[in-house]
Design a protein. Structure first.
Length: 177
């Protein structure tokens, strides 16, 4: 039994200290995943909080502590997608004051902005797939498990999302780097 599996087993028995250690262990990867899907710090923080609360509440349902990683990733992705849907339903508009950008002679800022815009145009599940595969460097079976889909489906969706990103003229510079 690995250390994480032991923590999960203890947390299932409602040991708050063990769950707090799990939270500390999982927060960096879960944060990267929620932020990659939502592209907004406040929304990612809300989704992350929701994911940990949901995991605590549903932990007794996890029968096999060694399956924690995929089970928890599924909760994180679901929380991020739920947050994305809530954000889209907001009726109050927020107004952001425009600030003149500082000239960027290297073009790096412009490229990053273009990449962020292209990623934002993807479906949240496609962003989750890319974040799991490339952001967390997971193998495709783990990516598929985290999203509750067959491996073949995950592979084809990752391929299509990457193809869409590569087709964009604004991202041609990425292939040159």
């Amino acid at each position: 039994m690995t250390d994480r599996t032991g923590l999960v087993a203890a947390a299932r028995a409602r040991d708050r200290g063990a769950f707090e250690r799990l939270v500390a262990t999982e927060t960096p990867d879960a944060w990267r995943l929620t932020y990659s899907i939502l592209r907004s710090t406040p929304d990612a923080e809300d989704a992350l909080q929701e994911a940990f609360v949901s995991a605590w509440m549903r932990l007794p349902d996890l029968r096999e502590p060694e399956r924690w990683a995929g089970w928890f990733r599924r909760i994180v992705v679901s929380a991020a997608i739920d947050q994305y849907r809530r954000r889209r339903r907001r009726t109050l508009a927020s107004f952001i004051r425009r600030v003149e950008p500082v000239p960027d002679t290297s073009g790096a800022f412009e490229l990053r902005e273009a990449l962020d815009a292209e990623l934002a145009s993807l479906d949240p599940i496609d962003r989750a797939l890319l974040a799991l595969r490339y952001g967390l460097d997971l193998e495709m079976p783990d990516v598929a498990e985290a999203l509750g889909m067959p491996v073949g489906t995950a592979k084809s969706r990752v391929h299509r999302a990457l193809r869409r990103l590569r087709r964009r003229e604004s991202l041609d510079a990425l292939t040159e780097m």
